[in-house]
Design a binder for this molecule. Sequence first.
Ligand code: ADP
Length: 220
Amino acid sequence: NTSSAEDGVVVIGLGRFGSALAESLIHLGHEVLGIDEDAHLVQSWADRLTHVVQADATSTETLRRLGVHEFARAVVGIGSDLEASVLTVLALNELGVREIWAKANGSRHGRILERTGAHHVVYPEAAMGERVAHLVTGKMIDFIEFDDGFAIGKTRAPREAEGRTLAECALRSKYGVTVVGVKRPKTDFTYARPETTIRPGDLLIVSGPTKLVEAFAART
Ligand code: ADP
């Protein structure tokens, strides 16, 4: 069925990264074709993904037989076997898969994948390590940084804001960060409005240049 394949994703390598990715895609409502050469892994994922096949993904012919060329997107989650990772990206390229994503274990691996035709290379360990660095050193509860030095963080509301509205606190002119959302204990997040009053125990979602978001969280 080509239309469901159009919306679906092929996930190759069902290790820790690939399987977590595949499971999230299923939760998001996508069809997932999982491929791994390990029979036990394939069996354990058989009833959780749309299709799971045991195969060597480095073979273009094998992938073609499995209908991989009908999918617009594929993710290669093979990390430790560099040769298998690179050959799989090459095979997907030969099949004309429009969007090839690949996981790299390091920058050398990543450069090779880019040269081989991966359209997007991700570095899960490096990205997570960097993110956790912000969490352990600062007062940030959660943190996402974008490529251009812009970040969104979750942090406790500063003392000075308690009992005042966001308009009164004027955090943007003082700290250069914008409050996007407020979370009161035991309630859902709400969008920040000028008339939102901050109470003790509130959590704030703030956005702005990474350094300013860091500095804001450090002084709460
Ligand atoms: P993680 O660190 O995310 O667990 P690994 O690199 O350890 O990633 O796991 C990669 C997965 O890819 C393993 O389950 C392995 O069986 C699978 N794999 C490796 N080579 C191939 C290949 N040529 N074809 C299909 N699957 C492969």
